[in-house]
Design a protein around this ligand. Structure first.
Ligand SMILES: [Zn+2]
Ligand SMILES: [Zn+2]
Length: 212
């Protein structure tokens, strides 16, 4: 079986446009030094090179600068906030910057999201079909816990998930995922749940599900 790893940062790059082809305001949105900080709701504080701070509301398409307020222009501050969100350097409205508990990359989670915080590559949800990297078996995720593999005791054997025989190759601080075997899940009314280190399981994409 060949494991195809997801591209590490397929959603985290943005290419700068050809600045010569942009109108002046748009070009300045890319090139000027500005600090963008998320505020409440859909608002962002943008501090410019000349140390002025303006309040941008990305949902309202408004900015407190004269360019927007008085002249009604789609100002460079508004554009810059959109650029920073698209490039995933600042959190989109309603989200917060967080570190993925599984792989350590920066991700954005709902402001009130419960732990664990997982990035898009690592995120598994109840009902996801996954493949065991060790055996190739397909399973259904029952729960993603926030307990590390080193602290989860397997009842049947009394050892931790991290110490379990075939889990040696996975980080001891991997979060424990509970899953049932797909073959059992469709047959049994009360299928048994097994505990896995998160990175041992790989989400099966929809296209793979229809393949044998
Ligand atoms: Zn502005
Ligand atoms: Zn991750």
């Amino acid at each position: 079986m060949t494991l195809i790893e997801p591209a590490a940062d397929r959603h985290s790059t943005a290419l700068a446009p050809d600045l010569r082809s942009l109108p002046e305001r748009a070009a300045r949105a890319w090139t000027e030094r500005m600090a963008v900080r998320p505020r409440a709701g859909s608002t962002y504080a943008v501090t410019t090179e000349s140390d002025s701070t303006y309040l941008v509301d990305i949902a309202q398409h408004s900015c407190s600068c004269p360019d927007n307020r008085i002249r009604g222009e789609h100002c460079k501050h508004l554009r810059r906030v959109a650029i920073e969100i698209t490039a995933r350097r600042v959190a989109p409205p309603g989200k917060e910057r967080a570190i993925c508990d599984a792989c350590g990359t920066v991700t954005f989670v709902a402001a009130d999201a419960r732990t664990p915080h997982l990035c898009r590559n690592c995120r598994l949800e109840t009902g996801d079909v996954v493949r065991d990297r060790e055996t190739g078996d397909r399973l259904v995720v029952v729960d993603v816990t926030d307990t590390p593999a080193a602290e989860w005791i397997i009842e049947a054997t009394g050892e931790t998930v991290a110490d379990y025989d075939t889990n040696g190759g996975y980080p001891v601080d991997d979060l424990v995922v509970l899953a049932t075997y797909l073959s059992e899940a469709v047959r049994a009314t009360d299928p048994r749940e097994y505990a896995f280190p998160l990175s041992r399981l790989r989400r099966v994409e929809d296209a793979e599900l229809v393949a044998p």
